[in-house]
Design a protein around this ligand. Structure first.
Ligand code: ZN
Length: 56
């Protein structure tokens, strides 16, 4: 399981994204960023986000 905390990406946000794969986490995180924060995740931003993804 992969986990990403929205707060680790720099938002003041308690949301946590979990998925089986990094790709799925990035997909969900991008949807969350767009819908909740009004931010479009660009490829270079996705790279930074991918580094914050934790195992477990
Ligand atoms: Zn968030």
């Amino acid at each position: 399981m992969k986990t990403l905390k929205c707060s680790d990406v720099g938002f003041e946000c308690a949301a946590v994204v979990t998925a089986e794969t990094v790709e799925e986490v990035l997909e969900q995180a991008a949807a969350h960023a767009r819908d909740v924060h009004g931010v479009l995740v660009m490829p270079e931003m996705a790279e930074e986000i991918a580094k914050k993804i934790q195992e477990g």
